[in-house]
Design a protein around this ligand. Structure first.
Ligand code: NAD
Length: 505
């Protein structure tokens, strides 16, 4: 333990994990200010993928639970205790929640690590992101003004920004609490009632967050958490006639379903952050290829490759490709998986058996389709246990191959070669996705030319995924619509009301 009694070593984290499990984890849904079992008593099992041990049986909600939560959320919204509270009042409560999260950050980080296998140091980084996001939106909400339209003197045109009503946030498992914060912080700050549906693979931190939200003073029904499967409680929320907005982060396939559900029900607003197959373009004029290679490897192997913006397609100018790939292989060698409770581990376990199998299946297809396997490719275990896959690198990948086109969501890098700038841009844009792109070059003219041509929601120039709360995050094409983070995310959770007042002159 550190001087202030915080976990720092693997043994510290193991001890904290044992004591958390011994104390008992929160496993019930949080509905209308009460922790409750699912209405039909159903549960789902969460497993620690690094050990195979069962962590908990968690409430598995369904349509009846969704109905109860939506009704409570609507009651809360209409009552106005939150939705009509002055922004400074909402700010105070959200800042209190941020403080509580800060005080419990080790516990929250550990829950994510145990639930989905990521290294605990990475989970701690997520907590900083989640808390920063909450503080940002809390701090900004009482500093935003409406508009007075430039009408003639005989009228007053006011443009008011108002909350939408009931927001259902459906989130994935790869950054459980951070994705949650990106969704709920602006939605709550704007005055909405929020129902959170965490992934069935990582519900534990969301349930702990519910008790912190209650302690912070969020009024009854304003924030609720429904653990359960997508095809049950997720679908019920998406089809509800009384949910005003679906805020989703997850796969493109499910995003498409949600748009259909909105069309089949009440045309609710659907805000989607979906998948990616992000290109990372390396031009021969780069100055420090060792540094670029380190970042190119980190871009795909961070978080076991379970990252929407993973730099999974590495596009390298052919004149440097051979030497550059060698450098990437050397960097990958230093990024091997380890025990997620060891703060020095770079990669952890894959989230579950299905994802482990899926990634290994893509690796088999890559070999069959003729790509050259340069590193990794086999399942691994740590101390004989767990669902691990080491950094895997394929060279000589083409657009025709599944590993060159499809989102694998695992530690698998596909390297392509190119001979010209035009070819690099064509390859980069030849994708259904458009979430992120990287560009490494010293030539400012080329940087601006290529940046403008890339069809991508975000472009990282001479870095990978350097970002903070002030810059919007999101994609184009089948990577989704709308933006998380920054002031712009408030636009997803509010609507404009135009007020026209005729004045006596
Ligand atoms: P997923 O689409 O399988 O599940 C996401 C959430 O949707 C889960 O809570 C799930 O239970 C729910 N869901 C599934 N089917 C549903 C249905 N029919 N109706 C309602 N809800 C349903 O995705 P995942 O496997 O949890 O996460 C991985 C995906 O998320 C990847 O594609 C990744 O790229 C994407 N992702 C995107 C971003 C981003 O910001 N663009 C960030 C993180 C992850």
């Amino acid at each position: 333990m550190s001087a202030d009694n915080q976990p720092t070593t693997r043994a510290d984290w193991q001890a904290l994990a044992a004591s958390l499990v011994e104390q008992g984890l929160e496993t019930r849904a949080y509905v209308d200010d009460a922790f409750v079992d699912a209405a039909d008593g159903a549960t789902l099992t969460t497993i620690n993928p690094a050990t195979g041990e069962t962590l908990a049986e968690v409430a598995s909600c369904d349509a009846a639970d969704a109905e109860a939560a939506v009704a409570a959320a609507r009651r809360a919204f209409d009552a106005g205790e939150w939705s009509r509270l002055a922004p400074a009042g909402r700010k105070a409560v959200l800042l209190r929640l941020a403080e509580l999260m800060e005080a419990h950050r080790h516990e929250l980080a550990l829950l994510d690590t145990l639930d989905m296998g990521k290294p605990v140091s990475s989970s701690l980084g997520d907590m900083a992101g989640a808390i920063g996001c909450l503080r940002h939106h809390a701090e900004s909400i009482d500093k935003l003004y409406g508009e007075v339209a430039p009408t003639g003197n005989d009228a007053l045109g006011l443009v008011l920004r108002e909350p939408l009503g009931v927001v259902a946030s459906i989130v994935p498992w790869n950054f459980p609490l951070m994705m949650t914060a990106w969704k709920i912080a602006p939605a709550l700050a704007a005055g909405n009632s929020v129902i959170l549906k965490p992934s069935e693979k990582s519900p534990l931190s969301a349930l702990r967050l519910a008790s912190l939200a209650r302690e912070a003073g969020l009024p009854r029904g304003v924030f609720q958490v429904l653990p359960g499967f997508g095809h049950t409680v997720g679908k019920a929320l998406a089809l509800s006639m009384d949910v005003d907005c679906l805020a989703f982060t997850g796969s493109t396939g499910v995003g498409k379903q949600l748009m259909q559900y909105a069309g089949q029900s009440n045309l609710k607003k659907v805000f989607l952050e979906c998948g990616g197959k992000s290109p990372n373009l390396v031009f021969a004029d780069c100055k420090d290829l060792d540094r670029v290679a380190e970042h190119a490897a980190g871009a795909i192997f961070h978080n076991q490759g379970e990252v929407c913006i993973a730099g999974s397609r590495l596009l390298v100018e052919n004149s440097i490709r051979e030497a550059f790939v060698d450098k990437v292989l050397a960097a990958a060698e230093r990024m091997q998986p380890g025990d997620p409770l060891d703060p020095d581990s770079f990669m952890g376990a894959m989230v579950d058996q299905a994802q482990h199998e899926r990634v290994l299946d893509y690796i088999r297809r890559g070999v069959e389709e003729g790509a050259t396997l340069r590193a990794g490719g086999e399942a691994a275990a740590i101390e004989g246990k767990g669902l691990f896959i080491p950094p895997t690198v394929f060279d000589g990948v083409t657009e025709a191959m599944a590993i060159g086109r499809e989102e694998i969501f695992g530690p698998v890098l596909s390297v392509f070669g190119f001979d010209s700038e035009d070819e690099a841009v064509r390859l980069a844009n030849d994708s259904d996705y458009g979430l992120a792109a990287g560009l490494w070059s010293q030539d400012i003219d080329r940087i601006m030319r290529v940046t403008r041509k890339l069809r991508s929601g975000q472009v990282f120039v001479n870095n990978w995924a350097d970002m903070d709360q002030t810059v919007p995050f999101g994609g184009v094409k089948q990577s989704g619509n709308g933006r998380d983070k920054s002031h712009h995310s408030l636009e997803e959770y509010s609507d404009l009301k135009s007020v026209w007042m005729t004045l006596a002159t």
